[in-house]
Ligand binder design. Structure first.
Ligand code: SF4
Length: 249
């Protein structure tokens, strides 16, 4: 994997290199609103670069533009991702409304149906993500790492799973592994910087952000502004223990 330490290539070294890089960004942009941009540009580019390396020689993905089969699952996101999506939704609101798409209203309606449902409940509900339009993700450029890391080799298996039929989906391991490593390294660095580092359910968290203009400021000041949307699987304590164990290794 490509990290800061080019001589090391294992997942642990990659994680530590990512963590160092995020820590540097946090140090340089501490308290500034563009911290969100810095962290996410780093996360996305690292994800893309390393998936490309890890997936070399593997079969092509079945995922393609227009296929939104998996976009009924529960999506989790970190606070920077929620804040970026909030900003994008506000910025694009007039443009989308001019073509008949009221994104804030859609997110609100989706949240009313999905709030507090667990992963199994979301699968059973089979409700399309509010950002889907004609099979295309309206927030594709700023979609969470959870969505970026979800890639399959078999569209039929995805369709059957979405229809509630049991069966294994052949997910791309490079996408899953790199997503976890990059996301967890960012979360660990956020924790070290005294910022809320949990995972949140996307619909609920974006609703909170859209209802309160000061979420970014509050998060930068150390508040867990999206706590009501927290997904405690694993809990913050468990994550903290894992991050500490990795640091000590
Ligand atoms: S955010 Fe985009 S990619 Fe993710 S589930 Fe929703 S529509 Fe699909």
């Amino acid at each position: 994997m490509a990290g800061q330490h080019s001589s090391d290539s294992g997942p642990l070294s990659f994680f530590k290199a990512q963590q160092e890089a995020f820590a540097e960004t946090l140090k340089q942009r501490q308290g500034a609103e563009n911290l969100v941009d810095g962290l996410l540009l780093q996360a996305w580019s690292s994800f893309d670069r390393n998936v490309e390396i890890q997936a070399e020689g593997m079969p092509p993905l079945a995922c393609h533009k227009g296929c939104a089969t998996c976009c009924t699952l529960r999506v989790t996101a970190t606070a920077p991702e929620v804040l970026m999506i909030e900003r994008y939704v506000r910025w694009s609101d007039d443009r989308f409304k001019s073509i008949g798409i009221d994104l804030p209203a859609r997110i609100d309606a989706a949240d009313a149906r999905t709030r507090d449902l667990d992963e199994a409940g979301r699968v059973a509900l089979r409700l399309r993500c509010p950002y889907i339009e004609d099979g295309v993700c309206l927030i594709y450029q700023v979609r969470p790492l959870a969505c970026r890391g979800h890639a399959s080799y078999d569209v039929r298996a995805c369709v059957e799973a979405a229809a509630g039929l049991t069966g294994e989906i052949p997910y791309s391991a490079p996408h899953r592994v790199v997503r976890s490593l990059v996301q967890n390294a960012m979360q660990s660095s956020l924790r070290d910087a005294g910022l809320a580092f949990g995972l949140y359910e996307l619909n609920h968290a974006v609703c909170i952000a859209l209802q309160n203009d000061t979420c970014c400021e509050q998060w930068l000041a150390g508040a867990d502004v999206f706590a009501a949307a927290a997904i405690n699987e694993p809990s913050a304590e468990e994550m903290a223990r894992t991050f500490d164990a990795i640091r000590a290794s």
